[in-house]
Design a binder for this molecule. Structure first.
Ligand SMILES: *[C@@H]1O[C@H](CO)[C@@H](O)[C@H](O)[C@H]1NC(C)=O
Ligand SMILES: *[C@@H]1O[C@H](CO)[C@@H](O)[C@H](O)[C@H]1NC(C)=O
Ligand SMILES: *[C@@H]1O[C@H](CO)[C@@H](O)[C@H](O)[C@H]1NC(C)=O
Ligand SMILES: *[C@@H]1O[C@H](CO)[C@@H](O)[C@H](O)[C@H]1NC(C)=O
Ligand SMILES: *[C@@H]1O[C@H](CO)[C@@H](O)[C@H](O)[C@H]1NC(C)=O
Ligand SMILES: *[C@@H]1O[C@H](CO)[C@@H](O)[C@H](O)[C@H]1NC(C)=O
Ligand SMILES: *[C@@H]1O[C@H](CO)[C@@H](O)[C@H](O)[C@H]1NC(C)=O
Ligand SMILES: *[C@@H]1O[C@H](CO)[C@@H](O)[C@H](O)[C@H]1NC(C)=O
Length: 818
């Protein structure tokens, strides 16, 4: 190594060291640790508390120190004030500072500290008022100090005295509390957090032991969560401290240390996929205050990304719905993350925090919480304790007035609410009637069916079927006629009187969501007629039933032909035609009507194939039309199927046609690779098809991962076009994705590219597709002769990154030949 290289190395190493210390070690600019009343310095958890004899200059009216023989270190001495007294700390850097007050009441002569009553304030903020304690306690506050001095005043109440055992005033890193908390309801940014004085009331390490100041990056103490759990038997503890990662965009070690993020309390689901309960912690709080609640998350539990979806509540408010930690820290598992929420003024003296499973499809019920901080916020008179003037009232006369006022107010409110309720009910009934009108036209005079057996089909209209006709068609819902089971209910095969085959979807009764989806589907399908959309033949809503009758699709779902069900595999040309057909159907939905219709649940299981393998898009239960989106896009709950969900929609809950385009892109890769979109049994990087396929597409080596039955049968141009199209569909942002019309055009082009060349059987062309083996690879394949399963081929390709694709491809073909 030459000299310059060596210097460079030294430089790099030193920069790395600096960066490392810079991020992990914080040296507070202001760091006052005072052991009040003590004559000697005291070392606690590696930190030296100064004897305040030496700190006397900080104290404006020093009183005699007192000592207790019993207690340890800091708590052995105290300072007592019989009149108002101040500690003044000169502040070298403005910003948020911790003020920690240590109290240990002991008796010293005339002074019975457990009877002392006093108030403590910093300049602007009341920290403690008429405070009294009969046990050892540490109070932690933080205030943004914007002046050169921080003055802490102790004021004895009425004929009492004040005492203090130790004080800390320590700078807080600026990024620890930033102004980006969210108000819990209505959910919006909370304004002005930097002006808040905060009192840390709870700092909890979920699923782990006490973290002492020694183990914390900022000298904090974190207590275990067991005693706050409402039902400890439904909670499970996990610990994996070594897994915790700190990445940009997430939390830092200062926000909370590894020992907090590395342990967690989860749902104890006991492998029951139907588990549905919350894990809840309960904390005592003072009513009338708002609280800043900081959640610390780190998914040390999941094996792969996008596996864990859960809900987070504060009291009965939903803080986050379907939280997927990997959408915030894309592609990093076990990355530390935190979220700040501000509660409304609490009315009860309990605050509950809960986590529970998401009810998204295909998610395993689990939920995780690693740490929690609850900080009380000052009230409107800048106080952290006592009652705000808007709650108390000094004169009882005023109280009576207030009570009368409240009663009258409540009465008026109740009357108003009643009137409003009646009005809403009426409106919603009217609304329902109005609503019905859009789909009731399908109703063809009921008397026609009075004998209940003559239902038959007119090609273009959906009919309202009598229940008996449906019973007859499905052999009274014969279980052996079931051809599918979905979220909505079961799907039966059926035969109408005239011999027409139908698919009969029977909704689970009494499901509110089901009812909405039922109506949506009838509405949508009676408006849309297209050869690539499944036609609705009729419906039945008698006896609270929700039954939909569709044309029968002889060849089942596209998914069934790709994997799992063992239906015959499709050729590349057939697959392209299926993709083109379904793209046409979706294109029509997006553009064929005055308002764009968004399908919202595009997936291979919703693409059906008729007897000629013509594709039709099905299942419009979740569809939304344009105007509704405008009204509800903010609050639209994320629906759709796991693995196909547009990440942008997920993040922003804003629905556009481009969400369908994303899902369709996932379908394209599914068609190419013939594997499930989420397969947790695979190695981590392969679990999510979209991510995995994009990785190979970006490397230009998509052929490495295609369905083995297509190997050597796809013309490279066609594959390239297809891969590019899918890639564009999966762009992170909707605006970067093509329209369904563009997708359609590109797929047709991919089909032309395939047909132009492969006229005969592609077997003969296979040498065009396969490059020559290099000796190296030959050796390799001899060494490892056990290559067989499709995915082990791929992981070999992965290990050999840097080897060109054609070589590995040829090896793949070769190892299959053996
Ligand atoms: C206590 O600590 C202060 C500051 O660290 C130092 O100046 C002082 O000498 C120490 N006093 C004793 C008695 O150790
Ligand atoms: C010391 O501790 C004992 C028992 O733990 C208690 O009875 C006594 O009051 C304590 N003394 C002081 C001065 O606090
Ligand atoms: C303490 O209590 C007294 C009497 O209730 C009241 O007048 C005083 O304002 C209180 N002090 C503070 C700081 O709240
Ligand atoms: C103040 O002290 C007097 C006499 O000790 C007592 O009667 C009164 O209740 C006290 N007031 C408060 C608010 O503690
Ligand atoms: C403290 O307040 C000042 C405004 O005076 C603000 O600029 C600063 O960001 C605040 N610091 C923190 C940590 O909130
Ligand atoms: C605290 O730190 C010590 C040594 O630094 C370590 O052995 C111990 O496990 C840590 N405790 C926790 C709870 O992380
Ligand atoms: C979880 O708690 C929230 C808020 O209290 C509640 O709305 C929800 O129904 C609970 N979920 C379960 C499964 O108990
Ligand atoms: C807390 O005090 C600050 C400054 O006095 C004030 O601006 C803020 O509104 C108070 N917070 C609340 C929740 O009232």
């Amino acid at each position: 190594m030459d000299c310059r290289g060596f210097h460079l190395l030294i430089w790099v190493v030193s920069v790395l060291c600096l960066a490392c210390f810079g991020c992990c070690q914080f040296t507070p600019k202001d760091n006052y640790l005072i052991d009040c009343g003590s004559l000697t310095n005291t070392t606690v958890d590696g930190r030296v508390f100064m004897a305040d004899k030496l700190a006397d200059k900080l104290l404006s009216s020093p009183q005699e120190p007192v000592t207790s023989s019993n207690d340890s270190s800091l708590y052995q001495t105290a300072r007592i004030f019989t009149g108002s007294s101040k500690y003044t700390f000169s502040i070298s850097q403005t910003g948020r500072h911790w003020i920690r007050l240590y109290f240990n009441p002991f008796d010293s002569g005339n002074f019975i500290m457990s009877k002392a009553t006093f108030s403590v304030s910093s300049q602007k903020y009341g920290l403690l008022s008429n405070f009294t304690t009969n046990s050892k306690v540490v109070k932690e506050f933080s205030v943004n100090v914007t002046t050169d001095n921080l003055v802490i005043t102790f004021s004895p109440s009425n004929n009492s005295f004040a005492f203090i055992n130790a004080i800390e005033v320590v700078s807080v890193p600026d990024q620890l509390i930033t102004d980006n908390a969210i108000l819990i309801s209505p959910q919006e940014k909370f304004q002005g957090l930097m002006w808040q004085a905060l009192e840390t009331v709870y700092r909890v390490n979920m699923g782990g032991p006490t973290v002492t100041p020694l183990n914390d990056t900022l000298g904090r103490t974190w207590v275990p969560d067991q005693s706050f759990l409402l039902q400890a038997n439904v909670a499970k503890v996990v610990s994996k401290i070594s897994a915790v990662k700190y990445v940009s965009g997430g939390a830092t070690r200062q926000i909370a240390p590894d020992s907090v993020y590395g342990t967690a309390t989860c749902m104890k689901s006991d492998d029951d996929p139907d588990s549905n309960f919350n894990v809840t912690w309960e904390f005592n709080v003072d009513p009338g205050f708002q609280y800043l609640v900081r959640f610390h998350f780190c998914d040390i539990e999941s094996e792969g990304l996008n596996e864990l979806y859960f809900n987070v509540f504060i009291d009965s408010w939903m803080a986050v719905k379907d939280l997927d930690l990997s959408t915030y820290l894309v592609n990093v598992l076990a990355a530390a993350y935190y979220m700040d929420y501000v509660t409304l003024k609490t009315v009860s003296n309990k605050l509950r925090v809960s986590i529970g499973p998401s009810n998204l499809h295909n998610t395993y019920p689990n939920a995780i919480l690693n740490g929690l901080e609850i900080m009380k916020m000052n009230n409107s008179v800048s106080s952290l304790s006592g009652l705000a003037p808007d709650i108390t009232s000094s004169s009882s006369k005023k109280n009576v007035g207030m009570i009368v006022g409240v009663i009258v107010g409540v009465f008026i409110l109740v009357v108003l609410a009643g009137v409003l309720f009646m009005w809403c009910r009426k409106r919603s009934r009217m609304g329902q009637q109005g609503h019905s009108k859009t789909w009731i036209p399908l109703y063809i005079n009921g008397s026609k069916y009075s004998n209940g057996t003559t239902a038959s089909v007119n090609s273009n209209l959906g009919y309202r079927f009598p229940f008996v006709a449906v019973q007859e068609a499905t052999n009274n819902f014969d279980e052996s006629w079931v051809i599918g089971i979905g979220g909505f209910g079961k799907v039966y095969k059926g035969v109408l009187n005239d011999g027409t085959k139908v698919a009969v979807k029977r909704g689970n009764p009494r499901s509110q969501q089901g009812l909405a989806e039922f109506q949506t589907e009838i509405e949508m399908l009676s408006q849309f007629r297209h050869r690539h959309l499944v036609s609705l033949i009729g419906y039945c809503d008698e006896k609270n039933e929700m039954i939909l009758i569709y044309e029968y699709m002889e060849n089942g779902t596209l998914k069934g032909h790709l994997y799992g069900l063992g239906l015959p595999s499709l050729s590349w040309k057939q697959r392209l035609e299926v993709c083109i057909g379904s793209a046409r159907g979706l294109h029509y939905l997006h553009t064929g009507y005055a308002k764009a219709v968004i399908h919202r649940d595009v997936k291979s299981a919703n693409i059906l194939l008729d007897e000629n393998l013509m594709a039709k898009v099905a299942d419009f239960g979740l569809s939304k039309t344009g105007p509704e989106i405008d009204q509800t896009h903010v609050s639209t709950a994320v629906k759709g199927s796991f693995g196909y969900l547009d990440p942008e929609y997920f993040r922003r809950q804003q629905l556009t046609e481009k969400s369908d385009v994303y899902s369709f892109g996932v379908v394209l890769f599914e068609v190419l690779c013939a594997r499930p979109v989420i397969d947790p049994t695979l190695p981590r990087e392969m679990v999510n098809l979209a991510e995995w396929a994009m990785k190979w597409q970006k490397k230009g080596q998509l052929e490495q991962i295609i369905d083995s039955t297509l190997a050597g049968k796809i013309r490279p141009d066609s594959l390239r076009k297809f891969g590019e199209t899918a890639e564009k569909c999966l762009a992170d942002f909707g605006i970067d994705r093509p329209s369904m019309g563009d997708v359609l055009w590109n797929l047709e082009y991919a089909l032309q590219l395939q047909e132009a060349v492969v006229q005969g059987e592609p077997e003969e062309n296979s040498t065009n597709l396969i490059g020559e083996l290099s000796p190296q690879i030959n050796n390799f394949s001899q060494v490892d002769a056990s290559v067989s399963a499709a995915h082990s081929d791929v992981s070999i390709a992965d290990d050999l990154s840097g080897v060109s694709m054609s070589r590995v491809f040829s090896q793949l073909v070769k190892s299959e030949g053996r």
